[in-house]
Design a protein around this ligand. Structure first.
Ligand SMILES: *[C@@H]1O[C@H](CO)[C@@H](O)[C@H](O)[C@H]1NC(C)=O
Ligand SMILES: *[C@@H]1O[C@H](CO)[C@@H](O)[C@H](O)[C@H]1NC(C)=O
Ligand SMILES: *[C@@H]1O[C@H](CO)[C@@H](O)[C@H](O)[C@H]1NC(C)=O
Ligand SMILES: *[C@@H]1O[C@H](CO)[C@@H](O)[C@H](O)[C@H]1NC(C)=O
Ligand SMILES: *[C@@H]1O[C@H](CO)[C@@H](O)[C@H](O)[C@H]1NC(C)=O
Ligand SMILES: CC(=O)N[C@H]1CO[C@H](CO)[C@@H](O)[C@@H]1O
Length: 371
C-alpha cells in the first residue's frame, strides 16, 4: 500500500507540475519518417511471396513499406546514412506537406553489448575506444543533425547499455565497461543538445529493469549519467523495449511475468515513473512495438533472439497515455538479432527473409494489403 500511495502522489505531482507546453511531445503533428532503405529490403520479401503466388502477403508487405522504422547508426561509417535519410525526409515533406520526425538509433559505445556479445561494436575501451567514440562517432553524428535544423529528430541513445550497468555488474566485462558507458553516454547527451533533437535514453524493457528491486537502481543510474552531462543538458525521456517482443498492453499477460508489476510496457512506464520523478527526470517514453504483434511465443521472458513474431502496433503519437509520447518501430523487423532463435537465422543485422514473412503474416493489427 505504501508504494501505491507513493505512486499516486508522484503521479499527481507530475500532472499538476507538468509544464507540458514548455516541452510538448515532439511526435505531435509530425509524420514518423519512413526509411526508404528498409522499404528496399522489403522488396526481397515481396519477391519471395510472389514466387509462391501469395499475392495477399506480397500486398501486405507493400503496406509495410510505408511504415516508419528507425535508422540505426551503429558504426562510424553508418553516419553517412543520416544525410541520406535527411534528403529522403525533405522529399517526403515536399510530397505530403507533412513535417517529418526522423527516428535514429545512436548505438556504438565502446565494449558494446557487454553481456550478450551478439552485437559487439567497433570500439574497445582497451584501444582508446572512448576517445574514438567521441571524435569519430558522436561529434560527426551531431554535425549531421546540426545541418538539418529544418527537420525534427528523435534519437534513441545506446540501447541496453545502462540496463547492463544496472544488472550485469556480475559480468566482469560489463563491470569494466561501466565507466566508459557512463562517460560516453554523458558526452553524447551533452553534444546532442539542439532544439530540433529529442533524446530518449534507453531504459531496456519491463522484463529487465521493470522488477521492483531494479526500478530505483535504474532511475538512480539514469540520473547519475544525465547529471554528468552537465546542468544545461536535458533529455526528452526514455525508450523501452527496443528490439524486444513485449506488448504495449498485454492481453492476456504472459505466465512468465507473474511476479512482475511491469508485465507489459505500459505498466513498465507506469512503474518507472515515480522513480524518475523522484530523481527529477522526465517521465516520457517511446515504446518499440515493431515485433510485438504476436504474443506469448516465449517459454521465458529472457528469450531475446529472433523470437517468432508479427509486426505490432503501428507507429503513432496516439498512445492513450500521457506518459507515452509515441509507439515506434525502432527495430527494423527482419534484421537478424544474431545466429540464434528461429532456425536459419543469419548473423546480427543480416536480412532474415523467412522471418519477415512471419512478421507480415502474423502482424497484429493485421496489415491491410496495399491496393
Ligand atoms: C521496390 O521495387 C519497386 C517495384 O519493383 C520499385 O519501384 C522500388 O523502387 C523498389 N523500392 C525500393 C525502395 O528499392
Ligand atoms: C503512406 O502513408 C501515408 C501516411 O500514413 C499515407 O498518407 C499514404 O497514402 C501512404 N501511401 C501509400 C502508398 O500507402
Ligand atoms: C577487466 O579489467 C581488468 C583490470 O584492468 C583486467 O585485468 C581484466 O582482464 C578485464 N576483464 C575483462 C573481461 O575484460
Ligand atoms: C498460462 O498457464 C496456464 C496454466 O499452465 C495455461 O493454461 C495458460 O494457457 C497459460 N497462458 C499463457 C498465456 O500462456
Ligand atoms: C525517493 O528518493 C529518496 C532519496 O533518494 C528515497 O529515500 C526514496 O525512497 C525515494 N522514493 C521513491 C518512490 O523512489
Ligand atoms: C533496449 C533493450 O532492452 N532491448 C531489449 C529488448 O528486448 C530484447 C529481447 O528481450 C533484448 O534483446 C533487447 O536487449
Amino acid at each position: 500500500m505504501l508504494s501505491l500511495a507513493l505512486t499516486v502522489t508522484a503521479l499527481a505531482a507530475f500532472i499538476s507540475a507538468s509544464p507540458a507546453d514548455l516541452y510538448p511531445n515532439p511526435f505531435i503533428n509530425k509524420a514518423q519518417f519512413v526509411n526508404p532503405a528498409y522499404a528496399a529490403k522489403l522488396n526481397t520479401t515481396i519477391a519471395s511471396f510472389e514466387a509462391k503466388h501469395d499475392t495477399l502477403n506480397a500486398d501486405r508487405t507493400r503496406t509495410a513499406q510505408n511504415i516508419s522504422t528507425f535508422v540505426w547508426v551503429t558504426r562510424a561509417v553508418d553516419i553517412a546514412a543520416i544525410p541520406v535519410a535527411v534528403t529522403a525526409a525533405r522529399t517526403a515533406r515536399w510530397k505530403t506537406g507533412k513535417d517529418q520526425i526522423i527516428g535514429l538509433v545512436h548505438y556504438n559505445l565502446p565494449d558494446r553489448d557487454c553481456s550478450a556479445g551478439e552485437s559487439a561494436g567497433e570500439f574497445s575501451s582497451a584501444k582508446n575506444g572512448l576517445e574514438l567514440y567521441k571524435r569519430t562517432f558522436v561529434d560527426k553524428f551531431a554535425m549531421e543533425l546540426e545541418k538539418a535544423r529544418d527537420l525534427t529528430f528523435a534519437v534513441v541513445l545506446e540501447p541496453d547499455s545502462l540496463g547492463n550497468v544496472v544488472t550485469n555488474q556480475g559480468i566482469e566485462f560489463c563491470k569494466n565497461a561501466t565507466k566508459v558507458y557512463e562517460d560516453g553516454l554523458a558526452y553524447a547527451i551533452q553534444k546532442l543538445q539542439y532544439s530540433h533533437v529529442h533524446l530518449y535514453v534507453d531504459a531496456a524493457h519491463g522484463g529487465w529493469l521493470g522488477w521492483d528491486d531494479n526500478l530505483p537502481l535504474a532511475a538512480a543510474e539514469f540520473s547519475k549519467v544525465i547529471k554528468m552531462a552537465g546542468p544545461h543538458s536535458r533529455i526528452r525521456g526514455f525508450s523501452t523495449n527496443v528490439s524486444n517482443f513485449n506488448p504495449y498492453i498485454a492481453n492476456p499477460r504472459a505466465n512468465y511475468t507473474q511476479y512482475s508489476n511491469s508485465y507489459d510496457e505500459l505498466h513498465y512506464a507506469q512503474s518507472l515513473t515515480p522513480h524518475l520523478l523522484n530523481n527529477s527526470l522526465p517521465a516520457h517514453f517511446i515504446i518499440d512495438q515493431g515485433r510485438a504483434g504476436l504474443q506469448n511465443q516465449r517459454a521465458e521472458w529472457g528469450e531475446w533472439c529472433n523470437v517468432k513474431a508479427g509486426y505490432g502496433l503501428r507507429p503513432s503519437a496516439k498512445t492513450g497515455s500521457e506518459l507515452v509520447d509515441a509507439i515506434v518501430w525502432v527495430k527494423p523487423g527482419g534484421e537478424s538479432d544474431g545466429k540464434c532463435g528461429l532456425e536459419g537465422a543469419p548473423g546480427s543485422g543480416q536480412w532474415f527473409n523467412a522471418y519477415v514473412e512471419g512478421l507480415v503474416k502474423d502482424a497484429n493489427p493485421v496489415l491491410d494489403p496495399l491496393k
